[in-house]
Design a protein around this ligand. Structure first.
Ligand code: TRP
Ligand code: ZN
Length: 853
């Protein structure tokens, strides 16, 4: 491994030079693609005598300073020019081969179309540049290519010129009036179907909206377009933010490392977050499209108009934009269900990251490979931190803070601290201690004890907060934790409902005049991203399930009840005692099942019960086999206890046509199948009669929990039916990846040879290999090591092919601390094999070396 060096936030320095304008000219010609960049360079630091540009894998064919040739040095990743000039024009011609670019960063080809991905540091693979987000330039772009093969030539901003050229070629010119960092640059050239529409902003400007999709997919672009218009209207209404250019384009591409990218005026999307019709996409897919389209659109203000000073500040735009997309989804859909989904991401993925070797604060202190920090911590915990400020300031105070933020910083590259300062100054709320959420990593534990004194009628909650040390940060300070608390009387009445600020390591909340001991609903709506320890009794949790004021709290109570029972049974298993289910729990679940008032989608969430991964996150050491058996036992007991109710509800729901009804129906079906194979007939008829992908997949997912002949035959049918639709074949790959069975890994290894799979396409890799490692823990952690071996082989392939994706899917392998000695040994040895690779990428090096440290 070549020496890799971490970069530190504390070493940040403003740039010595900046670039105010850049004219880019692309001659797209396969392996002979040529890029000319003419930059207006300005010296900022008058002592600086050397301009150092970033560049990777480029060959320079010409370099001119003010039109004359000039000396320069190229070293690993950099080009240096010595100069005394204060302002000058720098012209550089580079050559590149987009077809050879399999890492999908910089300029690459996706299925015959040229496209770019520049965040975080991809622009330096296109030309030598000051590739850092605090250098903001005005871009003009000229694109030239073969007209027949690439009729659409797109870039940021407004189209200002176009024309035909000799040899069947043509060109288009674009100008983006808004100064932007290089990571927001984009270019796309290809042949597409185009869906056209428009939006009139509240000030009366007409904006052209365009969604470009692969030929033949036009009918699948409508939901994305509708989502875009919804997003634009929502941002005007809730945040008073209007779109600023005359055109907004979305291009869907097949080969993409992430979900989507917010390039100014020209978003590039993974097809997964654009294409949908009801035959091929599930309700969940529809929801995902709406939220990602919203997310990228909302970046136009939170990310593009105001951007990050440096990459350590990534959460400035991502945490805030996730918060905004969550609020959008909640305002246009079910607030409770959206909140539950967000809570689940934190509890099973973010807590895992925080307790593993890659633990970092939402504003990391050091980074080796920036691509490794597009994490659930920066994004989702970042959004929770924004949400806590919203809780502390209220909607009005928060919106005042947003307004102040834009007044101060529009057109600038700023820090997380600038954002907090705007919130603080506009609202008058002191956020001094709150700022620790940005610098402190790890998950705080909030331990609560209750005492009640009947005589003095005093109810007391004693709180203790403690954040365990993380690998790079041993000292932790108390945080400012908003605790949303409700106290319920025995008749279910709400006695107290208030948000308290917890700021001390130990702090008591005292309530007087309590004529009875209340039941506390603590941390309602997950008001802070902490682990809550409170010794709830079964009766208390059942009381919360019945009476808590919020639906989220009812769900939390049901999940806590289930988790508690699972852990008790794990203990029973270890003591070789029989497992046991409390009839009050089964009755509680039945009560919810019979409650026709309860939102269907919410009840579906209840019936999914905490996943194995969520349960693993609740403890510091886990016996996975015992845990899986105990969880399985509980599901079977609940399902057989409530079989009649489940069946009745299933039948009733089968006649309804809504996403909520489908979600609940499929949750019931999954549980029914846990009781006995007798319900396989239900699955088969649902599959055969399904009029949409949600129901087809619901049937297959229910079947997928066990090996059976029916499973094999229906999956076979599904595969044949959808062989020509890659995004549906991804669902098939995931079903295969998540099936139990001793020889599963051999089957998966064979599937990597299947025509539906390709290591070159990130969606395929995530659907088969990523899903296997992340969502099939029982097989992944098989004690024979076959799961670890399968993942390791794939990672070794991807290390050179697509390092970014390799480093993402390795996550479950580096989180080994919770497992037994034998598994830890197997996992470590797999990681050592990876670390020993001669051409190990920076991306993998960072994660593997931290895991083995
Ligand atoms: N900024 C993008 C988003 O959150 C994330 C993204 C898309 C990205 N593609 C990427 C990040 C490639 C790193 C590398 O919307
Ligand atoms: Zn984003």
């Amino acid at each position: 491994m070549a020496q890799v060096k971490a970069k530190y936030l504390k070493d940040y320095r403003a740039p010595d030079f900046t670039i105010t304008h850049v004219d880019l000219s692309f001659v797209l010609d396969g392996a002979d693609t040529r890029v000319t960049a003419v930059s207006q360079v300005k010296r900022i630091n008058q002592d600086a005598k050397t301009l150092v540009l970033d560049g990777e894998g480029l060959s320079v064919s010409q370099l001119l300073v003010n039109g004359k040739s000039h000396d320069y040095r190229v070293t690993e990743g950099q080009l240096s020019i010595d100069t005394d000039l204060v302002e000058f024009e720098l012209s550089i011609v580079t050559e590149l081969d987009p077809q050879a670019n399999l890492a999908l960063e910089g300029l690459y080809m996706s299925d015959g179309a040229y496209c770019t991905q520049c965040e975080a540091e991809g622009f330096r693979r296109i030309t030598f540049f000051l590739d850092r987000p605090d250098v903001l330039a005005v871009y003009k772009v000229r694109i030239e290519a073969d007209k027949a093969a690439f009729p659409y030539l797109l870039s940021n901003g407004n189209r200002v010129d176009s024309g035909d050229l000799d040899g069947g070629r043509h060109f288009v010119c674009w100008e983006d009036p808004f100064p932007k960092p290089a990571y927001l640059f984009a270019l796309v050239a290809g042949d597409f179907d185009l869906l056209d529409d428009s939006f009139t902003t509240k000030s009366g400007r007409d904006v052209a909206l365009q969604v470009f999709v692969d030929k033949g997919n036009l009918h699948k672009a409508h939901h994305a377009m509708a989502s875009l218009k919804k997003s634009m209207a929502w941002d005007e209404n809730r945040f008073d933010l209007e779109y600023d250019l005359d055109i907004y384009m979305i291009v869907a591409v097949d080969f993409f490392n992430m979900g989507a990218m917010e390039n100014k005026g020209l978003n590039v999307f993974n097809t997964k977050y654009v294409l949908a019709d009801k035959d091929s996409a599930t309700d969940e897919d529809y929801h995902g499209i709406e939220s990602v389209v919203g997310h990228e659109y909302f970046h136009n203000w939170t990310g593009n108009r105001v951007t990050c000073r440096d990459w350590f500040q990534l959460s400035l735009k991502e945490g805030l934009t996730v918060f905004r997309d969550q609020e959008f989804s909640s305002d246009v859909g079910s607030r409770a269900v959206n909140r539950i989904h967000a809570i689940k991401v934190i509890k099973n993925q973010q807590f895992a990251e925080d307790s593993g070797p890659m633990a970092h604060a939402i504003r990391p202190e050091s980074v080796i490979e920036m691509n490794n920090f597009y994490t659930v911590t920066v994004y989702n915990k970042g959004a929770e931190v924004i949400r806590m400020m919203h809780t502390l300031l209220g909607e009005q105070g928060f919106q005042a803070g947003m307004k102040c933020y834009f007044e101060r910083h529009d057109g600038q590259a700023v820090t997380c601290d600038d954002f907090v300062a705007a919130m603080e100054d506009a609202s008058g709320v002191d956020l001094t201690q709150f700022r620790r959420w940005y610098s402190q990593s790890g998950t705080p534990e909030l331990t609560v004890n209750e005492t009640y004194d009947a005589e003095s009628q005093e109810y007391r909650l004693s709180l203790r907060q403690h954040t365990p040390p993380t690998p790079e940060q041993s000292e932790k300070l108390p945080l400012h934790i908003p605790l949303d608390l409700e106290l319920l009387g025995s008749d279910g009445r709400s006695l107290v409902s208030q948000v308290f600020s917890i700021t001390e390591a130990e702090q008591d909340l005292v309530f007087s005049g309590m004529t009875e001991q209340p039941v506390p609903s603590l941390l309602q709506n997950f008001s802070a991203p902490v682990r809550l320890n409170f010794d709830y009794s079964v009766d208390q949790l059942i009381h919360l399930m019945r009476y808590a004021g919020s639906e989220v709290a009812k769900w939390e109570a049901s999940a806590a009840l289930f988790s508690q029972a699972v852990w008790q049974n794990v203990a029973h298993l270890k003591a070789q005692k029989a497992m046991y289910v409390d009839p009050r729990l089964v009755d509680g679940v039945k009560g919810l099942l019979l409650d026709e008032q309860l939102d269907q989608a919410l009840l579906a969430e209840v019936l999914k019960f905490p996943s194995l991964n969520t349960l693993v996150e609740q403890v510091s050491r886990v016996d996975l086999d015992a845990l899986a058996s105990a969880r399985e036992f509980m599901l079977e007991e609940i399902a057989s206890g409530g079989e009649d109710e489940l069946l009745a509800r299933y039948r009733e729901l089968s006649t309804m046509d809504s996403a909520g009804a489908r979600a609940l129906k499929n949750a019931c079906l999954g549980l029914l199948l846990q009781t006995s194979d007798a319900h396989q007939g239900l699955v088969q008829s649902q599959y055969e009669q399904a009029g949409n992908m949600t129901d087809s997949l619901g049937a297959l997912a229910a079947l997928n929990l066990e090996q059976s002949e029916l499973r094999v035959s229906l999956l076979q049918d599904f595969q044949q039916k959808w062989a020509d639709t890659p995004l549906v074949m991804d669902k098939w790959l995931t079903l295969e990846a998540c099936c139990p069975g001793e020889d599963r890994c051999d089957a998966l290894r064979e599937l990597t040879q299947h025509s539906a799979f390709s290591f070159a396409n990130p969606n395929r890799v995530r659907s088969l290999i990523g899903a296997f490692a992340a969502a099939n823990p029982v097989v992944f952690h098989r004690i024979d090591g076959s799961g670890y071996r399968f993942l390791t082989e794939a990672i070794i392939k991807l290390n050179t092919l697509n390092p970014q994706v390799a480093a993402r899917i390795i996550t479950p392998l580096i989180q080994f601390k919770k497992f037994d000695e034998q598994r830890q040994k197997l996992m470590r040895s797999a990681l050592e094999d990876i670390l020993a690779l001669p051409d190990l990428s920076k991306d993998l090096y960072e994660k593997v070396s931290k895991a083995l440290a």
